[in-house]
Write a protein that binds this ligand. Structure first.
Ligand code: PGA
Length: 252
């Protein structure tokens, strides 16, 4: 059985003071939600503050990106070992990084391998654009992103990673995928590709999250699908009551 997993991707929102306020607003109730892996992913500069607030609780911490090199002359970048001081998780290959910052399956793969080396659990994002969806290329695109992004991982580590299927057309649009469509992609494309890469046992233990306009209203329907193991939540993770309700839905 896969433990449900809900991560809040705060994106480029919240100063340190605001981050503290947000965690103070939802932390106590969030701690009460049992049987779900709950993870907060604030911007880099708020990681230390949030780490201090969640330390000693079962709330996990993740970054939203990192470089693959260990250190050196890479102005503006953050290394895996720097994150490891605060975080257990790192979001990699988010569609906004692919769209605005030139990330490719190749750079995502370098980052995933660097996360493995550092013992950080990657939350690897895949998903097709609206044009790809409309032209029936979803399976082909998502399969390639999984195969290319995750190749070369050790089996033992692969079993612990998290994959997020986020159709680009559903992110921040208020137009979530239907639960049935997401389930089909999770089962027939993502988990099938994971099985080809790592074998049945590892593929069955990997959590596959849905992301894209998840709310307190639609969360339960996604979580009722057998291959939807949780959610990567953007906008709704900035609203304490909403994020809490999504975590509670995952616990059911
Ligand atoms: P959204 O974002 O929930 O605001 O659609 C999801 C994401 O980008 O991870």
């Amino acid at each position: 059985m896969r433990t449900p997993f809900v991560a809040g991707n705060w994106k480029m929102n919240k100063t340190v003071a605001e981050a503290r306020e947000l965690v103070a607003g939802m932390g106590p109730a969030l701690k009460q939600v049992q049987g779900v892996d709950k993870v907060l992913c604030p911007p880099f500069v708020a990681l230390l503050a949030v780490a201090n607030l969640v330390s000693g609780t079962e709330i996990g911490l993740g970054a939203q990106n990192m470089h693959w090199e260990e250190k050196g002359a890479f102005t503006g970048e953050v290394a895996p070992g720097m994150l490891k001081e605060f975080c257990q998780y790192v979001i990699l290959g988010h569609s906004e990084r692919r769209t605005y910052f030139g990330e490719t399956d190749e750079t995502v793969n370098k980052k995933v391998l660097a996360a493995q080396k550092q013992g950080l659990t990657p939350i690897v994002c895949v998903g097709e654009t609206l044009a790809q969806y409309e032209s029936g290329q979803t399976a082909q695109i998502v399969r390639r992103q999984v195969l290319e992004g995750l190749k070369g991982l050790d089996l033992a580590f692969a079993a612990q990673i998290v994959v997020a299927y986020e159709p680009v057309w559903a992110i921040g649009t208020g137009k979530a995928s239907s639960a049935e469509n997401a389930e089909m992609v999770h089962r027939d494309v993502v988990r099938a590709a994971l099985t080809d890469l790592f074998g049945e046992a590892a593929a069955q233990s990997i959590r596959i999250l849905y992301g894209g306009s998840v709310t307190a209203v639609n969360a339960a329907e996604f979580f009722s699908q057998p291959d939807i193991d949780g959610a990567l939540v953007g906008g709704a993770s900035l609203k304490p009551a909403e994020f809490l309700a999504i975590c509670q839905a995952a616990a059911q």
